[in-house]
Design a protein around this ligand. Structure first.
Ligand SMILES: C[S@@+](CC[C@H](N)C(=O)[O-])C[C@H]1O[C@@H](n2cnc3c(N)ncnc32)[C@H](O)[C@@H]1O
Length: 446
């Protein structure tokens, strides 16, 4: 099988009933284990990141990292000669003289912003894969490009071909169409601290990991100066030997019907994970009006159910069992309107106050996250960190000291530290783990 010798030690490929293959854990894996380390085969920055990040290693420009523009095209920026030279050899020498005209062309301009990034990514991949103008593969089918060519094609094979930033060549269109047919259901959106900034091709990760809305692993991206960005797949909880390792292809907090449609449309399968099975028969009626006593009552029940009766949240429980046993009267919290409204109410009040309202809304949101996200999912940690900061802000803006608020800040910080240290360092320097250390110092907690 193509690329099998590239399979990492932590997993083995096994047959899957409908998805061709699955990655099964080859031994028991503890939460936090890095299951796969995969350098990008190719990447392309989104427009908003151009000129702010090195096009090769993705470092952010700063006082110490100065980016220099490619003098040939004035469209690519590098943090140093090393990155410029690596990218020149990889693909830039083939596209440098075409790129300005390409991005100004009508065929590029009419694409959606996502397709524009993919058009550049496809050009990078083609230039890299076929360094001369010979558009037939020359051996080396067991390398990452070989793995990419062996990936399952997406269901949208009738989609129009993307324009490319390369010499037009009769053979190229066929090759490009073939490679592009694997983009939609295999490529990744690269993010730093959960802000997306690029699209990338990581063939091994695509070949290995199937989707689950209650995944036991998640992807993150590590930026190292002068090196291609690398993806790491991290175990979110302990995984037993033989258990399938899965990642989320979309946000598990999306309502089940929206997930179902997106997975069918973009990937061509229907998901039968624990989360989908547990929620598919729940008819999520709209929740009561914000501010009504009915909503207060519902939210109180949600908090007690998902977080327990304890005043402080000690430990969050497993998503699938929570959803499976969820009392039917909580169904409105799964309605598509509920999470966005709650999240908006929390962000507004956590910035503008009143803090008491922000903390109450934020606790309800934490309960909802515990229900819809798998255990140790990074978004739970990010939200716990926001809650801790909100509680700390309330302490410093209150004239009298408040032990209860300070304790809240500390207990939310414990959750944030626990969850985010499993996910580990990622993205740009600083970020949530650095914020946690700072907040710990301010709170005087260990
Ligand atoms: C990125 S690939 C995953 C690797 C793939 N199983 C293989 O053997 O190459 C994505 C494709 O795998 C299949 N797939 C992924 N997750 C699935 C799931 N939960 N149920 C059924 N098929 C799935 C779909 O065909 C999807 O388009």
């Amino acid at each position: 099988m193509v690329g099998l010798d590239l399979t990492p030690a932590h997993v083995r490929l096994e047959t899957h009933l409908t998805a061709r293959n699955k990655a099964a854990a080859s031994s028991s894996l503890a939460a936090g284990t890095v299951i796969l380390v995969a350098p990008a085969l190719s990447t392309a920055l989104v427009q908003a990141a151009k000129g702010l990040r090195c096009d090769n290693c993705h470092r952010l420009a700063s006082d110490v990292v100065q980016l220099r523009k490619c003098t040939g095209c004035a469209s690519y920026w590098y943090c140093g000669r090393q990155c410029q030279s690596v990218q020149w050899k990889a693909h830039h020498r083939r596209i440098c003289k075409h790129i300005p005209r390409f991005v100004a062309s009508r065929e590029y301009q009419i694409l959606s912003s996502q397709d524009q990034v993919d058009a550049v990514l496809l050009s990078h991949l083609l230039a890299q894969a076929y360094p001369s103008s010979q558009y037939t593969l020359t051996g080396a089918e067991d390398d990452l490009l070989g793995v990419f060519k062996d990936l399952i094609k997406g269901p949208l094979t009738h989609a129009p071909a993307l324009p490319m930033c390369l010499d037009t060549d009769p053979q190229l269109a066929t090759v490009a169409r073939d490679l592009y047919s694997r983009f939609g259901n295999n490529n990744f959106v690269i993010h730093s601290h959960f802000n997306s900034y690029a699209h990338g091709i990581f063939p091994l990760a695509s070949r290995l990991f199937n989707h689950s809305c209650a995944p036991n692993a998640a992807t993150k991206y590590v930026i190292t100066p002068f090196e291609p960005v690398r993806m790491e797949v991290v175990a979110l909880r302990d995984i037993a030997e033989g258990e399938e390792v899965t990642i989320p292809y979309l946000d598990p907090a999306l309502p089940v019907e929206i997930r179902r449609q997106a997975l069918q449309l973009n990937y061509g399968f229907s998901c039968s994970c624990l989360s989908c099975c547990a929620t598919q028969h729940i008819s999520a009626v709209p929740p009561p009006r914000r501010g009504s006593t009915e909503l207060d009552d519902l939210e109180g029940r949600l908090r007690r159910y998902a977080l327990g009766d304890a005043e402080r949240v000690a430990e969050l429980r497993e998503v699938s069992s929570l959803l499976q046993k969820m009392p039917v009267e909580l169904a409105p919290v799964l309605h598509e309107s509920y999470l966005p409204a709650l999240s908006e109410a929390f962000s507004r009040t956590s910035h503008e106050g009143p803090h008491k309202e922000a903390l109450s809304t934020g606790l309800t949101l934490l309960a909802l996250y515990a229900l819809v996200y798998p255990v140790n999912y990074p978004q739970i940690g990010m939200h716990a960190l926001e809650l801790s900061k909100t509680a700390w802000n309330a302490v410093v803006t209150h004239s009298e000291t408040s032990n209860a608020l300070e304790n809240d800040a500390k207990s939310y910080l414990v959750i944030a530290a626990h969850v985010l240290s499993i996910y580990g360092e990622e993205g740009d320097e600083g970020g949530p783990l650095a914020e946690i250390s700072l907040l710990r110092e301010m709170l005087g907690s260990s």
